[in-house]
Design a binder for this molecule. Structure first.
Ligand code: ATP
Length: 192
């Protein structure tokens, strides 16, 4: 099977993440999309002080994706040495599941920063990458490597940062949060 790998801190997961994931699967770009909850993003550590515990982020991802056809949550990176660099994660996935083809799914915001990723050239050389558009991110599609494909998905103008800030102010942004996730955040007292 072609498995899309969609990684992030998902702190917390929001409808931008889940609708994007569903759209990638619905368009038949991959057979399944695995949402990889990362223990700690090497580029973000130090930036985000209000990172919820891994168990919470994983649980919220499971709640939000329940019933979405073809979208699964994976804790694969939890068992890998830190920091969880994508190139290492992809290699470990290939080894663990030789029967699958793994395709990296990233936003245009991450594609802009991609040259800074650890062993970026190796990722481009060894894997297919699907890049979806993000607001305010222009891509020069004339110079993309052959392994990179731009995919059309709706734009969702929301971020986990905005959600955490609003929770702190006592608002839940229910438009962008799955109701089960909103309830979980409230029950556990996250992001206060
Ligand atoms: P934060 O605000 O904490 O930086 P985030 O909302 O960007 O978080 P991440 O967990 O970093 O979420 O994102 C995981 C992946 O989802 C990243 O590849 C990111 O580009 C993408 N992503 C984030 N927000 C959206 C969105 N609104 N629509 C589509 N993709 C998104």
């Amino acid at each position: 099977m072609r498995i899309g790998i969609y990684g992030g801190s998902f702190n917390p997961i929001h409808r931008g993440h889940t609708q994007l994931a569903a759209s990638i699967v619905e368009q038949g770009l991959v057979d399944e999309l695995w949402l990889l909850v990362s223990p700690l993003n090497p580029l973000k550590s130090g930036e985000v002080s209000d990172i919820a515990e891994y168990e919470h982020r994983l649980k919220m991802a499971e709640l939000a994706t329940e019933g979405i056809q073809g979208v699964k949550v994976s804790d694969f990176e939890r068992h890998l040495p830190l920091p969880s660099y994508t190139v290492k994660t992809l290699a470990a996935l290939r080894e663990a599941y030789p029967e699958h083809e793994f395709v990296l799914v990233i936003g245009a915001d991450n594609w802009e920063r991609f040259p800074r990723w650890y062993r970026a050239d190796e990722i481009i050389e060894k894997y297919r990458i699907l890049v979806y558009r993000r607001p305010g991110c222009e891509m020069d599609e004339t110079v993309l490597p052959s392994s990179v494909q731009v995919v059309e998905t709706p734009l969702y103008d929301v971020s986990s940062t905005e959600i955490r800030a609003s929770v702190k102010k006592g608002r839940m942004m229910r438009r962008w949060l799955d109701s089960r996730v909103a309830r979980y955040i409230k029950e556990k007292g996250l992001y206060l």
